[in-house]
Structures are given as structure tokens and as C-alpha cells.
Design a protein. Structure first.
Length: 592
């Protein structure tokens, strides 16, 4: 095993560790009174305004964090990423999701080959195909236009595209282009998810996009087979080729499944699932819904040029945004000891941002060893959660204000996608929303003291209950609007923030071995369930607790099936209507 020095052994890390004591002595009330400091902690770039003055940090803190970045060889690591080096060493892969956003004609190499032309070849294919479907040139087996799309995928093949779709739904331009069309995402192998997605859909007007790089992902492929049966039962097996396409690299299995390999859209090993929303994984279903021209905008933000500047020049003020956010996370997690982060967008259109970033961040940086396999004596990664404002205020803000200290990302939008102003109201609906966006960070920073409460004549028995300690860090990100381009900016910000954190911590942010153990154990359970149901074999090879649960599960399911006089098999008859039967297990697609 390698014995490379950990970042915590550097002087820069030790200097920051000592600096924590100085920071603890100073309340944010005092820090916020320094206008010069606050001004220095604001960055404007590409229409965005980032205010990080409410972080528990001084100007000196950021000087020390910059030295930590140098000690971690941050610029060199970014260079290695852009040069196509195999920085995902545990899987021997390049990490080039940045190439998905590269302008046509750019040069980004992997193993000596420029990958940008390959990216654009797929994008051009998506554009041509999506325009054919949207225009009615490509129709289903019965000649009807395909106006409904069901995208089947899980993890990164689901969360990122769902976030973008949800954010675009109420954008006026995108909504107009999506008129008459519906996009659904089927991810969970739970048959309830299948039922919810297929209920009310007509197979004649439905196109299915199966997203699986290897075409072997267990949940995705079971859902794909389920929907294939739904189509075949209604339209015949030959209809599959007209109603199902794929995003995959395994053309052999794609063809074996019944999908024409010509209707398979590629992506590459150097694209991690959680970073794939700008690949065919996201671009294909979203282009079918909104048109390629709109979707192209979310993958064309200036972040690529920014990061190239970071990697080959220096950390100038304008190119510091992504690095800064990553360094702030390292500071809050590893030095101030705050393990969680709340992502709080003040726009309902961003309701799926936090679930997407949960995967981007926690699957990337939830590691306990260095990239060289050395156990870490410090914590990495953040526990991400969030909810749009003002909903979150009436849910978990109590804990944020008076319980645990949780750094917060407040995200606001200057121009609402759907402005409303009611006559006689003091402010517009959006102003009411944004009033909370501006107020909450100050409430967290300043708090409220017992002395202030006494002056307000609060009864003495309520003083401690109404005291707010304050000194709770946050940052505010203000976007000019929320169109496809701005959505792409948010994607870029969080993706590269996560990468910076991992580079500084010295971990591999691009593998995810932590999801594998549960999968392998599920395989053993799957075999046992099959053996018990089909052959009557006894449960063997499991601990007492698991064996007991399995026994109860099998007994109850068999009893429920017996009561209804149904044989085993799960799926029975197929047509347009979908529901769950009384056992809660079997999907019925009613033929009557």
C-alpha cells in the first residue's frame, strides 16, 4: 500500500487547525460589522453574485485556505483532469465530464485522443432524432406521434435529468416548447413507481428511453423488461423497436433486448453517472421534451473556460468561484467540525436540486481512505439535504436556528419564472419569497441575545427559549433568472465544488465502491427468494435476523397470493391501465 503523505500532515493544514481557535473567539456579528471585509467576500461572475461574508472566516482564513490548496497541489490535479489523465485510479479511468460541455472544435484528450468530436457526434445524433420525434417524422407502431417519454434509469441516470426537467417545467420558453408533451422518470424498482408512471399512458404514443451504460443495472433492466411487456402486450413484440431506444455502450445487449442498435446513444467510461446529466443520459430525454436548442443551453455555461483558466493560469478573482466554494466546504467540515450542509433554493423550480446534489456530493466524497488507500484521520464529505424556501422554514429551520450548527447555501433568483402580483398586496409573490431569502442568512448570523429580548419585555421564563445564538454560517448565491443557461451554471458550480473538495482532501471523488456491497448481498437474497418460491428450498446462509425477516416475508406473500387464488408470476395481463392489486406486490395491467 502506498504511504503518500496526507494533507493533514502539511504545515498549511496545521496552520488552519491552529487558526480555528482565533475564529471561535469572534462572532459573526462582529465580522459582519466590517464593511471592507464583507465587500471582499463578494464575487460577481457570469451574471451570478456570490456573497460568502456570513462564513465564520476572516480574510486571513482565505489566505490560509489558498496555501492549503497549494499544499494539496490543487492546480496540478485540475490540470491532470483536463489532460485526460486517469485520475480515477481505482477504476483506471479518466474523469472528463467537463468535455460534455466543451464547445465544438475544442481539444480535450483522453489516452491521446480528442474526445470532443465524439461528444458532438452523439449530440448531433440526439438533435436529429429528437427533432424527428417532436415533428412527427418518427411515429409509433400504429402511426401515432410519440408525445410521452418514459426515461428508465436510476442514480445518476435519474437524479440529474429529473432536476433539470423540474427546473425547466415552469420556464416560459421551455414550457411553450414542451406543450402537448409529457416526460416521466421511472427509477425505483418498486412496482408502485412503475404503476405511477404508466397509469394513464397510451403505449401507442409512448417512447421509452432505457438508460444503462452496461445494460445490466438490475433495477433499470427489470423496469425496462416490465415496460417492454406493457408495450408488447398492447402492440405486439415488433413494436419495441419503434417505441424503445437506449443510452448505452453495450450494443450487443441492447440488440438482444429488442432495441435497434442504431437507436442507442453512447456515452463513455470517463463520464461518471452522477456527472452525466450533460451527456445523452440527460440530453436525450430532455431534448425530446423541450427541444435540443433549449437543452443545449444548460450545458454551455462558461464554467469550462473558467476551469481551464484555473488550471493553466492562476486563481484570479473571477476564476476563483468554484475553488472558493470547495475550500469553504473543507473549512467547515474538517476544521470547524460541521458535517452537514443545507441546500436552500428560494425557487420551487429548484425542488430537485438538493436530491441531485446529495448524490453528486455524498457519493463522490463519502470516503474514509485517501486516493492511495491510506485510512484518513480526518472527516471528509458533507451530509447534504435541503428543501425550497419557504417550505423548509416550516420544516427543519428550527434545528438550523436553535439546534445544531449547519452551514447553509441560500440560492435566490432575481426574476421569477412565473411572476404574480395581486392588486392590493404590499409586495408581489416573488418579493415575499425573496424577503425570506434575504432575512434568513442574517437571522442565522446575528441571532438574538437575552439583552435584546429583555428590552422587548419578553417574560423572563421565555428568555432562554427565544434566544438565538447566531454565529451560524451561510452563503448566498443570487442568480439573475432561472432559464436553461442558469440551471447549467448551478450544475457546474456544485459539480466542480465537489471535485475541489476531493482534490484537497486527497480522496478519489470519482469512484463509488460504497454502493457495491449492498448490491452483492441483494444478489444472494434474490437467489434465495427464487429458490424458496420456485423450489420450496429452506432459507440457508443468512444470519438469524435476516432469516427471520425473509421467512416472514415469504410466508405473508404466499398467504396473500393463496387467499386470492392467484398463481405465482407477478405480471398477468397487459393493456393501457395500470394499478397495484390488494397484496401491494403484483402489478395488474387490466385488459378489460
Amino acid at each position: 500500500m502506498a504511504t503518500s503523505a496526507l494533507i493533514c500532515e502539511t504545515d498549511a493544514w496545521k496552520d488552519l487547525r491552529a487558526h480555528v481557535e482565533d475564529i471561535k473567539k469572534t462572532h459573526l456579528r462582529e465580522l459582519m460589522s466590517d464593511a471592507k471585509r464583507c465587500q471582499s467576500m463578494m464575487i460577481e461572475f457570469d451574471g451570478l453574485l456570490l456573497d460568502y461574508s456570513r462564513q465564520c472566516a476572516t480574510v486571513d482564513t482565505f489566505t490560509k485556505l489558498n496555501k492549503l490548496a497549494e499544499a494539496a497541489h490543487l492546480k496540478e490535479k485540475i490540470n491532470l483532469m483536463f489532460n485526460g489523465e486517469r485520475i480515477n485510479s481505482t477504476e483506471n479511468r479518466s474523469v472528463l465530464h467537463v468535455a460534455l460541455r466543451a464547445p465544438r472544435g475544442s481539444v480535450i484528450n483522453s489516452d491521446g485522443k480528442n474526445v470532443v468530436p465524439d461528444v458532438w457526434q452523439v449530440l448531433d445524433k440526439i438533435k436529429e432524432f429528437s427533432e424527428r420525434v417532436r415533428s412527427g417524422a418518427w411515429v409509433g407502431a400504429t402511426g401515432k406521434a410519440l408525445t410521452n417519454v418514459v426515461a428508465i434509469g436510476i442514480g445518476g441516470s435519474f437524479l440529474g435529468p429529473l432536476f433539470v426537467h423540474t427546473a425547466l417545467q415552469t420556464d416560459p420558453e421551455a414550457a411553450q416548447l414542451a406543450s402537448g408533451r409529457k416526460l416521466h422518470f421511472l427509477a425505483n424498482v418498486d412496482p408502485i413507481d412503475v404503476a405511477r408512471n404508466l397509469t394513464g399512458l397510451n403505449p401507442e404514443t409512448t417512447l421509452v428511453v432505457v438508460v444503462s451504460k452496461t445494460f445490466t443495472t438490475a433495477e433499470t433492466m427489470l423496469n425496462a423488461r416490465t415496460v417492454r411487456e406493457w408495450i408488447s402486450a398492447a402492440l405486439g413484440p415488433q413494436a419495441v423497436a419503434k417505441h424503445m431506444v437506449s443510452v448505452s455502450t453495450n450494443l450487443t445487449l441492447v440488440e438482444k433486448f429488442g432495441i435497434d442498435p442504431n437507436n442507442a446513444f453512447a456515452f463513455w467510461d470517463w463520464v461518471g453517472g452522477r456527472y452525466s446529466v450533460c451527456s445523452a443520459v440527460g440530453v436525450l430525454p430532455l431534448s425530446l421534451q423541450y427541444g435540443f436548442a433549449v437543452v443545449e443551453k444548460y450545458s454551455s455555461s462558461k464554467e469550462l473556460q473558467v476551469l481551464i483558466n484555473i488550471s493553466i493560469q492562476h486563481l484570479s478573482r473571477k476564476t476563483y468561484l468554484y475553488v472558493l466554494l470547495g475550500l469553504l466546504s473543507v473549512w467547515n467540515v474538517s476544521f470547524l467540525g460541521y458535517p452537514a450542509r443545507a441546500i436552500l433554493p428560494y425557487s420551487q423550480a429548484l425542488e430537485k436540486l438538493a436530491p441531485h446534489i446529495q448524490q453528486v456530493s455524498m457519493e463522490s466524497n463519502g470516503k474514509g481512505v485517501s486516493i492511495d488507500g491510506v485510512p484518513l484521520p480526518y472527516e471528509t464529505g458533507e451530509i447534504d439535504f435541503g428543501e425550497p424556501g419557504t417550505n423548509g422554514q416550516h420544516s427543519f429551520y428550527q434545528l438550523i436556528h436553535q439546534g445544531r450548527v449547519i452551514p447553509c447555501d441560500f440560492i435566490g433568483v432575481v426574476k421569477s419564472q412565473q411572476p404574480v402580483y395581486l392588486k392590493g398586496e404590499l409586495v408581489s409573490n416573488h418579493d415575499e419569497l425573496m424577503s425570506n431569502f434575504f432575512a434568513q442568512p442574517d437571522a442565522l448570523a446575528y441571532g438574538k441575545t437575552p439583552e435584546q429580548l429583555l428590552k422587548e419585555n419578553v417574560p423572563s421564563n421565555l428568555i432562554t427559549h427565544k434566544t438565538f445564538s447566531g454565529n451560524r454560517p451561510s452563503l448566498s448565491l443570487l442568480l439573475p433568472s432561472l432559464n436553461a443557461y442558469n440551471i447549467g451554471q448551478l450544475l457546474a458550480i456544485y459539480e466542480h465544488r465537489v471535485a475541489v473538495e476531493g482534490f484537497v482532501w486527497g480522496i478519489n471523488s470519482f469512484d463509488q465502491w460504497g454502493v457495491e456491497l449492498g448490491k452483492s448481498l441483494a444478489t444472494q437474497v434474490r437467489k434465495q427468494l427464487h429458490a424458496s418460491r420456485k423450489k420450496g428450498e429452506q432459507i440457508e446462509g443468512f444470519n438469524f435476523s435476516t432469516a427471520t425477516l425473509l421467512t416472514r416475508y415469504l410466508e405473508d406473500v404466499v398467504l396473500a397470493l393463496g387467499e386470492q387464488g392467484r398463481s405465482e408470476g407477478g405480471l398477468h395481463s397487459f393493456a393501457k391501465d395500470v394499478r397495484i392489486d390488494r397484496t401491494g406486490e403484483i402489478i395488474l395491467l387490466n385488459t378489460t
